[in-house]
Design a binder for this molecule. Structure first.
Ligand code: ADP
Ligand code: MG
Length: 247
């Protein structure tokens, strides 16, 4: 479904993605991990055309997403993207956040959009909060609304960039639970996350990045028990003993 072919990206002189070639199948759940600054966000953002690439190509469902003539706004709105900051529209209710794009961009009638949005809010456990404004919701609830809002565009693919990193610890589980359910339903997902428990349990494959390269790709069981690359071994040691880093 997704095919990266020798993708290179520079920020000025900085080589942020180095010859990335990767294939992700339909229904696959891929967790991208690696140290801070390794290029995880950059990689995931290329799938949404939020970043220009300087060489190589990216195909989604057979379409070159960087070819000339792609309507970038409509393309972008068709792929679900959930990131660290929930960025809901503060002046709209949870429900209105979920109906805006479907009405404007999918051409749904307001009543249809509302019905779909309520079903999606129910799916993330928030039907009872449909009329609440973001400021009236906890961080975990806001992030679940953000997921429902992304799903409202019926995306073929969901991208997550550290969706739980800004949450208080007690709210992480409820968001991961929604992501787990999506994965079970067969959604194709690319997730940047430090939640290694999620990776172990839900991912079909883990990609490990360092310095703009994908250094390792493996099923979680293999990645966590026998990482091959020394940088991956170091990364896993570091995240397993975080107190050692600050000591
Ligand atoms: P990660 O998500 O793995 O922490 P990023 O993809 O955000 O890493 O960043 C990879 C590298 O590219 C970092 O060194 C970062 O400083 C650099 N970078 C990211 N965005 C920009 C930008 N807009 N301009 C210049 N450098 C950037
Ligand atoms: Mg990042």
């Amino acid at each position: 479904m997704i095919h990266f072919d020798k993708v290179n990206k520079w920020y000025g002189a900085y080589h942020a993605l180095v010859d990335v070639s990767e294939t992700i199948g339909r229904g696959e759940v891929v967790v991208v991990c690696g140290p801070s600054g390794s290029g995880k966000s950059t990689l995931i953002r290329t799938l949404n055309r939020l970043e220009a690439i300087q060489s190589g190509s990216i195909h989604i469902n057979g379409e070159d997403i960087y070819r000339r003539g792609v309507d970038v706004n409509s393309f972008r709105s068709g792929i679900g993207f959930v990131f660290q900051q929930f960025n809901l529209f503060p002046h709209l209710t949870a429900l209105q956040n979920c109906t805006l794009a479907p009405v404007r961009l999918r051409g749904l009638k307001p009543a249809e959009a509302k019905e779909e949005a309520l079903a999606l809010l129910d799916r993330v456990g928030l039907a009872h909060k449909a009329n609440a404004y973001p400021a009236e919701l906890s961080g975990g609830q806001q992030q679940r609304v953000a997921i429902a809002r992304a799903l409202a565009m019926r995306p073929p693919l969901m991208l997550f960039d550290e969706p739980t990193s800004a949450l208080d610890p007690e709210m992480v589980g409820e968001v991961l639970q929604v992501m787990r359910a999506l994965a079970k339903d067969g959604m194709t997902m690319v997730c940047v996350t430090h939640e290694m428990g999620f990776a172990r349990e839900v991912a079909d494959r883990v990609l490990f990045m360092d310095a703009g390269r994908v250094l390792e790709r493996a099923v979680p069981q293999a990645f966590f028990s026998k990482p091959q690359h020394p940088r991956a071994q170091q990364f896993l040691t570091d995240i397993r003993a975080p107190q050692a880093l600050t000591a």
